[in-house]
Write a protein that binds this ligand. Structure first.
Ligand code: ARG
Length: 465
């Protein structure tokens, strides 16, 4: 920051000012101005503590607090004079404070360094972001639960290897994502708990000789406790890495759901149709309804994983304590949260308004011999056959049906009896897709009864009406 002699705030030992390119590469204001409110909060807590400990006079603290009030007001009104040449948000706030209140502003930085200041701000920012993102994820879960509630008994093909496997219910499928998102939310929450220690007072790296009270600043800023090691306090970024890793995993889940939307809305599947709000057209092919948002989510998940990898790379070989490499932690983290939040919002909108096609899903579920396992299970249950033998008999029945181009449920009884004489008419009761899905009543299984129970539990947990 330039003083009245054209020097930076730290310029006492320098005879010349930095080159323009040096300023350019060094400046972080465009990024860290997003922590303006956190920076003011940190300064308030610090100044109050300095006054309480008699390091700062009461009058100076009053002037500082009043000045910071005004700084905040200017920021909220959009009139704060941000100046890139002052490098970062911390020096912008302090410089403005000096313009507003004069000399006492220079006492605010006693027993503090930008190293503990920046990381205090960043932890505060990330704590709030984790909470906001958690709420957005809960909103998506609620949307999925509502749609699952409509479709507890809608039968669709369940896939393994993207080959028809067994009939499942759409509600069950949607609730699988609710489970994933719940773990995502819990990762975000864990991360917020672990990050909630206060680095303020670590100063540059070694702590300070002033008689500060770190418990007081920690408490004022809502942290559980001060960080116990000053070197760790100014250099640790694992909280951000953890946040990005959690976002990356959560984005991966969004991407899987996005991929299913792409598949399901293709004319070849036809399982679902995106609303007009969430579809785009083609400039040449008038028939197209493209799932662009889903495709973008699929791609953006990789960006977030990249941001995690970039931060991990920046930290990996960094000796203690602070180094400027750490400045770009915020760019990566802010971008990852922005991208992720946008993706969750888009996914929530798509899920809320997508229309599912139960008839198409049911017809697809009935293809591909999806109830072959039910036939084998019937042979085990009713004829006492070992499962391996039942599997073999069923395989031969499937081969017959396939040769005739029909489903096993449509195969005449005598054809089945040609494979195994003891099969009776009764077998057909288990061969419909509805019967198949309804029969799977084990805990966590796909039957409408179990899915309705799960829906009811989720509605309660997520307070869904
Ligand atoms: N803008 C800097 C950052 O984000 C603040 C800390 C500067 N510290 C220093 N020793 N130069 O990392």
């Amino acid at each position: 920051m330039a003083d009245d002699k054209g020097q930076m705030m730290w310029g006492g030992r320098f005879a010349a000012t930095p080159s323009a390119i040096m300023e350019e590469i060094n400046a972080s204001l465009d990024i860290d101005r997003r922590m303006a409110e956190e920076d003011v909060a940190g300064s308030r807590a610090h100044a109050d503590m300095l006054a309480e400990m008699g390091i700062l006079s009461v009058a100076d603290n009053e002037a500082i607090q009043a000045g910071l009030d005004q700084v905040l007001e200017e920021m909220r009104a959009g009139t704060f004079p941000f100046r890139r040449e002052l490098e970062d948000i911390h020096m912008n706030v302090e410089a403005r404070l000096k313009e507003l209140i004069g000399e006492p502003a220079g006492r605010l930085h006693t027993a503090r360094s930008r190293n503990d200041q920046v990381i205090t701000d960043f932890r505060l920012w990330t704590r709030r972001a984790l909470d906001e993102t958690g709420q957005l994820v809960a909103g998506l879960q609620a949307a999925l639960v509502r749609r699952a509630d409509e479709h507890t008994a809608t039968v669709m093909p369940g896939f393994t290897h993207l080959q028809t496997a067994q009939p499942v219910t759409l509600g069950h499928h949607l609730l699988a994502y609710v489970e994933m998102l719940e773990r995502d939310r819990s990762r975000l929450h864990d991360c917020a708990v672990r990050l909630n220690e206060c680095p303020l007072g670590a100063a540059a790296l070694a702590g300070t000789g002033f008689p500060i009270d770190r418990d007081m600043t920690a408490e004022a800023l809502g942290f559980a406790r001060p960080m116990a090691n000053s070197l760790d306090a100014v250099s640790a970024r694992d909280f951000a890495l953890e946040a990005l890793a959690s976002l990356s995993i959560a984005a991966t889940h969004l991407s899987r759901l996005a991929e299913e939307i792409v598949l399901w809305t293709s004319p070849q599947f036809g399982f679902a149709r995106l609303s007009d709000q969430w579809s785009t057209g083609s400039s040449i092919m008038p028939q197209k309804r493209n799932p662009d948002a889903a495709e973008l989510i699929r791609a953006k998940a990789s960006l977030i994983t990249g941001q995690y990898a970039a931060l991990q790379g920046a930290i990996k070989a960094l000796p203690l304590a602070y180094a400027k490499d750490l400045q770009d932690d915020k760019r990566l983290t802010f971008d990852a949260f922005d991208t992720f939040n946008l993706c969750v919002r888009a996914m929530t909108g798509m899920i809320e308004t997508i229309s599912f096609k139960p008839d198409v899903m049911r017809a697809a579920a009935a293809k591909g011999f999806s109830t072959a396992t039910d036939l084998a299970d019937w042979l085990v249950r009713e004829l006492g056959m070992p499962f391996r033998d039942a599997h073999h008999v069923t395989g031969r029945i499937v081969a017959r049906a396939e040769a005739e181009g029909i489903d096993i449920a449509d195969l005449p009884l005598k054809e089945m009896q040609a494979v195994h004489g003891a099969i009776t008419e009764e077998v057909f009761s288990v061969l419909s897709v509805e019967a198949s899905a309804a029969s799977r009543i084990s805990y966590g299984a796909t039957s409408p009864v179990r899915v309705a129970e799960q829906v009811a539990q989720w509605k309660q947990r997520l307070r869904v009406e």
